[in-house]
Design a protein around this ligand. Sequence first.
Ligand SMILES: [Zn+2]
Length: 168
Amino acid sequence: MPKRFVIADVIDFARNAGRHHGKIPVSEFERLRDYLVDRGGELAYTLEGALDESARPVVRMVVQGLLSLRCQRCLEAIGRKLELRSVLLLARDETELCRLNEDEALDVILAEPDLEILKLIEDEIILDLPASPRHAEGTCTIGGRDGGGMDRSSPFLALSQLKMKMLH
Ligand SMILES: [Zn+2]
């Protein structure tokens, strides 16, 4: 992991209103790559340290770029504009992490030393991905050809096809 992708002390970064930004080629996200058709391009990110309204250390993350996901119906690419904004609350240790995680509205991460920015960004992107990406109705190559991919598995369609066969 290149040195430029590490924050040595992220709580310190938050307290001192640290700011870090840059670009990472999509191909460097090893886990994210598995979800993509095209691994070209790069993602721009900004990280800002701050204290929230309760004076707790947080990191505000913005990630922007273009991802090409694989449609689960036709397996072709879907362009997805990424505009990710997260506020990550920093937990000092495992105990605090467990306690803060009880509030599901919070996005909490462990403030480990030498925090890898790339891994942090990748986690947030993967969490944000749709579970089963598909083209919108009518724009999918398969959906457009047979009038909706779901119909292919319909028992009524299978039955009508069977009847057709019997008639011939
Ligand atoms: Zn499709």
